[in-house]
Design a protein around this ligand. Structure first.
Ligand SMILES: [Fe+2]
Length: 306
């Protein structure tokens, strides 16, 4: 199994990389459909030419039940050794928020790279991957947003957290809960930790002066790519304008809100690359996913083989 700290090296063949989120494989499976075919991606994407497919969360609910079949599905399109995944909120359903080690074992068993708080390296490109949960502060009143999320989001009924009990005897453990439901405060704390990791990574100099840096998250980084905003939007997106202005980021890919929108924030294009649920309608303002999800090729002058 890979260690959390070491970068994942993606072998350079063609230079082509696709980033997709929100396959929700189990939702398609129960309707007898498939996520790629339902959106024309099975035909539109250059599967045999892709060096890597990055799944930015929400592969399936209940990973211990559903990830294995989802990985078998992905294997029809991409070699596991060129498939990279990190969890979205749904990938923690019927699982624990603080048990990424167990999700990594599932990915590892399928030969897929697990990239929670991991760097990917490909040619002169680096990708920083993390769920990057929300800070709830998009509309200013984080407490109101947390209250709204607690009332309306399934996450707080479906996701648990392991309780750290320390060294206790069997009699002391008897009757003591080993896990409880998560709270919005847990999510806010995880946002801070994952954001700190991301900022530390972006602050590290690139190994070549003209190399590119990409960020891949499940949650959204900016309201301009959020679509219509309401009281629940802060549960899906943060406003990370200061971070976007502070660092040179060549592209930011995310999912979660299932709205295939893009926006320029300073010099960075942020792109939602959600497939979304089988029954969802996509508005006329949304962009073609088969174009959004392909990382632009670097200029020939900065491309090198590593
Ligand atoms: Fe999703």
């Amino acid at each position: 199994m890979d260690t959390f700290d070491s970068p994942i090296d993606i072998v350079w063949r063609t230079g082509k990389v696709a980033v997709l989120a929100d396959l929700h494989y189990d939702s398609y499976s129960i309707t007898g459909t498939e996520p790629f075919a339902s959106h024309g991606l099975d035909r539109c994407l250059p599967w045999s030419e892709l060096d890597a497919l990055i799944i930015a969360g929400d592969l399936a609910n209940a990973p211990f039940t559903n990830w294995s079949a989802a990985f078998a599905y992905l294997r029809r399109f991409m070699a596991p050794s060129r498939t990279i995944i990190f969890p979205g909120n749904h990938d923690y359903y019927a699982a624990c928020l603080n048990a990424d080690d167990e999700l990594e074992k599932l990915a590892d068993a399928a030969g897929v790279h697990f990239a929670q708080q991991r760097e990917l390296r490909h040619g002169n490109d680096r990708y920083f991957c993390t769920t990057l949960w929300t800070n709830f502060a998009l509309l200013g009143d984080a407490q109101a947003a947390m209250n709204m999320a607690l009332r309306h989001m399934n996450d707080y009924a479906q996701i648990s957290k392991r309780l750290e009990t320390g060294p206790l005897s069997p009699s002391e453990l008897l009757g003591r809960p080993l896990q409880v439901a998560i709270t919005p405060e847990d999510i806010q704390a995880l946002h801070k930790a994952q954001r700190r990791w991301l900022e530390d990574q972006l602050a590290e100099p690139h190994w070549v002066p003209n190399g590119r840096s990409f960020v891949v998250t499940h949650h959204g980084p900016h309201p301009d790519a959020a679509g219509q905003i309401d009281g629940l939007t802060p549960a899906f997106h943060s406003d990370l304008t200061p971070l976007l202005n502070r660092f040179k980021i060549d592209g930011w890919y995310f999912g979660h809100s299932h709205r295939r929108l893009a926006a320029h924030v300073g010099s960075t294009v942020v792109r939602n690359v959600s497939i979304g649920f089988p029954y969802e309608k996509h508005g006329s303002e949304e962009l073609p996913l088969e174009e959004l999800c392909l990382v632009p090729m670097p200029n020939a002058s900065v491309t090198s083989r590593r």
